[in-house]
Design a protein. Structure first.
Lengths: 142, 142
């Protein structure tokens, strides 16, 4: 099992299709953004992935951004293949992102998780994430 | 009262000091990031601000980022000067960011607000933001 940070040059059609299929396990209703858009030069993204030989079995993405309150990471799109859950791959992917964030000098990393996703929340807490006394709000704009 | 999007070329020492003073009203304990860091070319930021003549009285920042689940905006650092609250400036700043986000083709805009900030939450809801069934988690990394 290999955990690594995806480089734009690693992306080919097979890779992109595997990400697409894997992401569908998280959400099969939304229109996915193509990987070439995710990797456009102006997008500050750290893309951790896990391969079992040639099979993509997990991904976790982190955008980095700078505001007055800090240089931060924002994690989204964390997915582990259903057939590979319970093996600690989510933890390894998150540890990879946190390591990269620390190397990069981030002040903090933020993420959200649906209140029903008890296993994910337990994982995040075990990695040191603490719940903020804040609600998360969304406005659909298209 | 002028509401506009700040351009990097608008930033001078007086401007930077006014942002610093204003931001201290939101949080006077954290170390603020300098505006030149916020406006570095690789940081995708939309910076709305409000001036009463030469006085900076409000700011609201939005980062934009692309992940598989969408092209999104993430709002942080919304502050209105204490002496100018209750005049709808927060609404105007947020409307400016939402307008920019729509023009830019964002799929959604996200933000968080402390559960105690009832006026802010009421504002966000009145703009169409809906609370997600998700908690927000943070890991300090420095």
């Amino acid at each position: 099992m290999k955990i690594a940070i995806l480089q734009p040059s690693d992306v080919n059609d097979d890779f992109a299709q595997q990400v697409k299929d894997l992401f569908s396990q998280l959400n099969d209703t939304i229109e996915q953004v193509n990987l070439d858009e995710v990797f456009k030069p102006e997008n500050a993204i750290t893309f951790a992935y896990c391969m079992d030989k040639d099979k993509m079995v997990g991904i976790a993405l982190m955008c980095t951004y700078t505001v007055i309150s800090g240089y931060k990471g924002w994690v989204e799109d964390v997915v582990v293949d259903k057939a590979y859950r319970g093996q600690g791959l989510g933890r390894k992917l998150m540890e990879k992102l946190v390591d990269e964030g620390k190397k990069d000098g981030l002040s903090e990393i933020l993420l959200f998780s649906n209140d029903k996703r008890k296993a994910a929340i337990s994982l995040y807490k075990s990695l040191g994430f603490k719940q903020k006394d804040s609600g998360l709000y969304v406005l659909k704009t298209n």
